[in-house]
Design a protein around this ligand. Structure first.
Ligand code: I3S
Length: 129
């Protein structure tokens, strides 16, 4: 059969390992705690699970597979973090409508650039929900 690859298609699912810390929860500043997280985008939800390295066998829904936390991207914003937010490079600042702010980071440019694009697209796709 024939496969057609639509290059304009926006992915609604993506996963990978990112370094993540919360900086604000429900509008309250919290102490940073960077952890490596298995990160899954499903529609307009972004799920984080505590990293088991880059374990590809890690699955949500299974026994030890509870997401650590989930954020709703609808009505949120994404931007590159300014230098005062972190000394790390390639840091994205993600703000939710619920008043949670996260920093997400990867040492690998291409990885963080892909996430930046996908998160930006997701937020604009779901802007009016
Ligand atoms: O923005 P901060 O407070 O300089 O963030 C750093 C601290 O959270 C530090 O932990 P403690 O000060 O709680 O021990 C972390 O180890 C650093 O990674 C944080 O800064 P970066 O610049 O890496 O985001």
């Amino acid at each position: 059969s024939t496969y057609v690859l639509d290059l304009n298609d926006k992915p609604s699912e993506k996963c990978g390992v990112l370094n993540v810390t919360k900086v604000t929860v429900n509008g309250k500043k919290v102490r940073k705690n960077w952890t490596s997280s298995w990160t899954v985008l499903q529609g307009s939800s972004l799920l984080f699970a505590k990293g088991q390295g880059s374990g590809t066998s890690w699955k949500f829904g299974g026994n030890q597979s509870k997401p650590e936390f989930t954020v709703d991207l609808r009505g949120g914003s994404v931007d590159w973090a300014s230098k005062d937010k972190s000394s790390k490079k390639h840091v994205i600042e993600l703000k939710t409508r619920q008043g949670t702010e996260l920093l997400i980071q990867s040492e690998i440019d291409s990885v963080i650039n892909d996430w930046y694009r996908v998160l930006t697209d997701t937020i604009s796709t779901h802007a009016w929900e």
